[in-house]
Design a protein around this ligand. Structure first.
Ligand code: SAH
Length: 404
């Protein structure tokens, strides 16, 4: 998610005065071609949904009936996480925005129809503030300069806002004054983090982090539970649709309170914690250490006592569970785009849970993995696509499998 391409030049701005007026009605954004983030913007939103539905049927239809995709009522400004790269034009003007697809250019973005408007405003204000403090944008070629990226995360439910200032060096001139002005301009910012990333890397965030204001994280409420979000941990970016996605997954699991549930690829524990009320116990497994730390914290925050988290490769963890003949009734799995691996899938077959609920952000790899499970004793019972990323080509889907 934090990846980017190289940059060098600059693409002229979309003016503040030209917001995406026709959002959702086709080709709404003036940056449509330059940015490349919204592949489907030449279609109206209903057309996009039909397009995604047809693709879901082509890819998953051989496993069974594909339910109608769950769309958004207002498919704009849904992103709760916004990041902008900073650079300088040849004329010396500081720009912020996204990297143009397959080029070296930064596309100057003041507003984006996918992004949270408050976050966009904060980023533009930071850009305007820099020259007054004699602060520059970082230059990746020379390694000189100051600000590399700004990342903003906002909880739509609690209103809490995190601003992460990513610099190339461990030096922040006029730090106090800059911070004071930023907080004065945006009184609803609840935490500011200074992240240092001096590496030649495609990652936005570096390893060193200093909290400049607040407690270093924000909290969000999802499906009635509270979750801590730190700068680095994975968190779904479209909260409205996430509730529908998790709701569908938990409905498919149809828990009675007696089940042992495995939440595989659990991130910060969100799905498992939401499911915990209806299960006997939940085991979560996740590779990223920071996410596991957040997951454990989130369990305590919600006073959930029937959940345990393990930091491990989900495939290896499953093999170990299968060797020890642990009993699992329901596997909830939500792997990254690459899908699951053979270790994991073989162990699912060995552990033989009654139900598998497979959430995927890439229906191609999901179809491949479903193929394996269907050859090995499982049958697909329900397929529900969810539109998590309107205007982009991505399709998310939830599939229920049970033993034949
Ligand atoms: N279910 C979570 C996270 C889904 S994203 C949510 O809805 O928020 C996929 C997660 O899989 C990421 O947190 C990623 O760190 C994790 N992951 C990637 N490869 C993994 C592996 N081999 N084993 C376990 N977890 C992995």
């Amino acid at each position: 998610m934090e990846k980017k391409t190289e940059k060098k030049g600059f693409v002229p701005a979309r003016k503040k005065s030209s917001p995406p007026k026709r959002a959702g009605k086709g080709n709404a954004c003036p940056l449509y071609k330059k940015c490349g983030g919204c592949q489907l913007q030449n279609m109206t939103y209903p057309e996009q949904l039909s397009f995604k539905q047809a693709k879901a049927i082509r890819t998953l239809g051989r496993f069974g009936h594909v339910e109608e995709i769950i769309g958004m009522e207002k498919p704009v400004h849904y992103r709760n996480k916004v990041q902008a790269a900073f650079g300088t034009t040849r004329g010396g003007m500081i720009v912020s925005g996204v990297y143009q697809s397959s080029s070296h250019n930064i596309v100057l973005v003041d507003e984006c129809m996918l992004e949270d408007q408050k976050a966009d405003k904060i980023i533009v204000d930071i850009r305007h503030m820099l020259p007054r403090y004699k602060l520059t944008a970082y230059n990746e070629d020379t390694g000189k300069g100051f600000l590399r990226h700004v990342l903003v995360k906002r909880s739509f439910s609690t209103g809490e806002i995190m601003v992460v200032l990513v610099t190339g060096h461990h030096l922040f001139p006029a730090k106090k004054e800059f911070l004071k002005e930023l907080l004065k301009k945006h009184k609803d910012i609840t935490t500011v983090i200074w992240n240092i990333n001096g590496g030649k890397t495609s990652l936005v965030l570096g390893d060193r982090e200093e909290i400049l204001y607040g407690n270093g994280y924000i909290e969000d409420v999802l499906c009635g539970k509270r979750f801590r979000i730190s700068a680095k941990s994975f968190y779904q970016i479209n909260p409205l649709q996430t509730e529908k996605l998790y709701g569908t997954a938990i409905e498919f699991a149809d828990l009675t309170g007696k089940e042992t549930v495995l939440d595989a690829y659990c991130g910060t524990g969100t799905i498992g914690i939401v499911a915990s009320d209806k299960a006997k116990q939940v085991v979560g497994v996740e590779l990223n250490e920071d996410a596991v730390r957040d997951a454990k914290y989130n369990a305590r925050l919600n006073k959930v006592e029937n959940i345990r988290f393990f930091c491990a490769d989900a495939g290896k963890f499953m093999v170990a569970m299968a060797e020890e003949r642990e009993k699992v009734d329901v596997v909830l799995m939500d792997p990254p785009r690459a899908g699951s691996d053979l270790n994991f899938l073989k162990s699912v077959v060995t552990l033989s849970p009654e139900k598998v609920v497979y959430i995927s952000c890439n229906i191609e790899t999901q179809a491949r993995d479903l193929g394996f499970l269907c050859k090995n004793g499982y049958k697909v019972r329900k397929i529900q696509p969810v539109d998590m990323f309107p205007h982009t080509a991505h399709i998310e889907s939830v599939v229920l499998l049970t033993k034949k």
